[in-house]
Design a protein around this ligand. Structure first.
Ligand SMILES: *[C@@H]1O[C@H](CO)[C@@H](O)[C@H](O)[C@H]1NC(C)=O
Ligand SMILES: *[C@@H]1O[C@H](CO)[C@@H](O)[C@H](O)[C@H]1NC(C)=O
Length: 607
């Protein structure tokens, strides 16, 4: 019985702990809240196996009768053993027919017993469509309690940071509506519209909620930075969901600091801010001219070097808070530079499919961050993944059976499989993880890589297959002109913000090695065709300005041979050489750049 309490305990804890109580709480009460949180964490991490078993039992009890699951339990026996032998390990494509039926109006009880409140959008499928992941009220609360626990751990680590405010740059995207009337949106878009955000976290934020809910990201960013600057002496935390957003924020500051200063100096909001919510919210904050503040900000921003600009502008900041592992690690050095060395805290490992674990050592260096899995979040299994000599996980599962959370081995690589309270059963998320240690009995994992993903700027995830399909389509534009695309490669260029995909194409005329005459219009069409072919997440982030226009660099015939020479000199065998679809080394990029004869971009705005 006690275990059952523990499985759902954090939900109760969540209700008790809606953050307004923290805002209002006395010092003694805050201490109690922390202690309760820490006790729950101890209980969860000490009873991993038991809690996981109970959770699976509960999921099966509720859902074994659904159309999806009942097929796998022909004699009605839905215990943990028949679950493991009968229920297949799947990817999104396998449940998509069920999701589509629900999205088109059939009852969600074909997949899960509890009512769906809406869908979460996730990275697209190769067909270009976004994935729709069911969310129930309960699964939302589970996510929230993980966020809350993670927040407690971080705040505990930075004592005194309770007093100030958070400059958190948050944005939403438009929702979609499925034919059934169920909405679909990114998790944050849903969350920022809830009462629990409004009455909780939002109270700590410098950004007024109306600026966060503004659909025009540029107006939203301007107003959020302006309020952050107006309250610069109160800000103790700087953050966002992802590091990529902070990179964009700094770029925006570079482009707009003069205008921001002039708004502060005159007390008038720029007239291109026309969103009624933003205007209204700003009218309550930007109430008078403040020359003094404008001058000090100007003085800081006029400095040639922007090293440490974040702490210079917000001197009380104790840490930067955002997810900075996985594909976000490409922003570590940028944030270290602009942050002037204040700690970067990567709080949590989550995705649209599930929450997984939290970072119990907020002060870990970004590349050392491990996440401790919380056993009441979902039922986890791990497919052993073999690794090559360089310690990098290979893209192959071994034949071994999946193992339970309590049985993973230190130092080994696994791909995580989840069974959730919200309709995913033995679902592979596509993330490869490495076991780095244990907290009590709960394993800690480092994120290693996204299976097959080669290009990523923000939360977009483009696989080798997506890239090759997109390039095939562009080839169709060139072929009638007698132009052959013989080889290609790519890399994610994040040296400028926002970053962009860069493709290298070696082009020649059919029947000779001559370089074709490059028609800028045609090449631009090719760039567009490639982008058109990418998935929903890419397109929506490109549209929102999080990703810059795609670039194609044409290299002259023979350039890719030099690339091969380079890899061979590094020990790759000629017989096994295949040009990488994505370049990870700067040297390789330089070699291809040296053969460049032209570069072309998609139009700035598309979609
Ligand atoms: C399956 O359930 C039985 C009985 O509840 C339990 O003893 C066993 O440890 C469970 N196995 C797993 C892998 O959860
Ligand atoms: C993941 O965690 C971050 C906290 O850094 C939160 O802002 C975000 O909304 C969460 N995303 C999902 C999909 O749960």
């Amino acid at each position: 019985m006690w275990m059952m309490v523990l499985v759902f305990l954090s939900d109760i804890f969540f209700v008790l702990l809606t953050v307004p109580t923290i805002v209002m709480a006395s010092e003694k009460e805050i201490k109690e809240i922390y202690e309760n949180g820490m006790n729950i964490l101890e209980d969860l991490t000490n009873n991993v196996q038991e809690i996981q078993e109970q959770l699976l039992e509960e999921i099966l009890k509720r859902n074994a009768g659904t159309e999806y699951l009942s097929r796998f339990f022909p004699n009605g026996q839905a215990d943990n053993q028949s679950f493991k032998t009968n229920v297949p390990i799947i990817t999104y494509e396998d449940i998509q027919p069920y999701i589509d039926r629900i999205a088109n109006g059939e009852t969600s009880s074909i997949l899960l017993a509890y009512r769906i409140i809406q869908f979460l959008l996730s990275t697209g499928t190769s067909g270009g469509q976004p994935k729709l992941i069911p969310m129930t009220a309960e699964s939302f609360e589970k996510r929230m309690s993980d966020l809350l626990l993670s927040d407690l751990v971080t705040r505990k680590c930075f004592s005194g940071s309770d007093e100030g405010k958070s400059l958190y740059l948050y944005f939403i995207k438009p929702e979609m509506e499925t034919p059934s009337g169920l909405k679909a949106s990114f998790f944050t878009t849903f969350y920022f519209k809830t009462e629990s955000f409004k009455n909780g976290l939002a109270k700590f934020c410098t950004s007024p909620i109306d600026t966060i809910l503004c659909l025009d990201n540029k107006q939203s960013m301007f107003c959020q930075l302006l309020t952050g600057l107006l309250q610069r002496d109160e800000v103790v935390r700087f953050g966002s969901t992802f590091a990529s957003v902070l990179a964009r924020t700094i770029k925006f500051l570079e482009d707009y600091w003069r205008e921001l200063c002039s708004n502060i100096r005159t007390g008038y909001l720029s007239d291109w801010i026309i969103d009624p919510g933003c205007k209204n919210a700003m009218s309550l904050i930007l109430t008078r001219p403040n020359r003094e503040l404008a001058n000090s900000i100007q003085q800081i921003c006029e400095d040639k070097s922007w090293e440490g600009i974040i702490v210079k502008l917000w001197p009380k900041i104790k840490y930067i808070h955002c997810i900075i592992t996985g594909s976000m690690s490409q922003y570590v050095s940028l944030l270290e530079f602009y942050g002037g060395g204040i700690p970067l805290v990567s709080p949590i490992y989550n995705s649209s499919e599930s929450s997984f674990g939290i970072n119990l050592k907020p002060l870990s260096k970004p590349f050392d961050v491990s996440y401790t899995f919380l056993p009441n979040t979902a039922y986890f299994e791990f497919l052993p993944v073999s690794k090559d000599g360089e310690g990098k996980a290979q893209e192959t599962w071994t034949d071994d059976e999946p193992v339970d959370l309590a049985n993973v081995k230190l130092g080994r690589y696994y791909e995580v499989v989840v069974t959730t309270l919200a309709g995913l059963y033995r679902y592979t998320v596509g993330d490869v993880l490495k076991v780095t240690g244990f907290y009590n009995k709960s394993p800690q994992f480092q994120f290693v890589e996204r299976r097959n993903v080669v290009l990523s700027i923000d939360v977009d995830k483009t696989t080798e297959e997506d890239l090759s399909k997109a390039i095939m389509k562009a080839k169709l534009i060139l072929e009638p002109l007698g132009i052959m695309l013989t080889t290609y490669s790519s890399y994610a260029d994040t040296s400028l913000t926002p970053g962009r995909y860069v493709l290298f194409w070696e082009l020649k005329m059919k029947g000779s090695n001559d370089l074709p005459k490059l028609d800028a219009k045609i090449m631009e069409q090719c760039c567009c065709m490639v982008e058109e072919s990418f998935d929903f997440t890419y397109k929506s982030h490109r549209k929102g300005g999080a990703i810059s226009a795609l670039e194609v660099r044409v290299v002259k015939h023979g350039t890719f041979d030099e690339l091969m020479d380079f890899y061979v000199s590094k020990g790759v065998s000629v017989a096994q050489y295949k040009p990488p679809s994505c370049l990870k080394s700067e040297e390789a990029v330089m070699i291809l750049n040296s053969g460049m004869v032209g570069k072309f971009f998609s139009p700035k705005t598309m979609f």
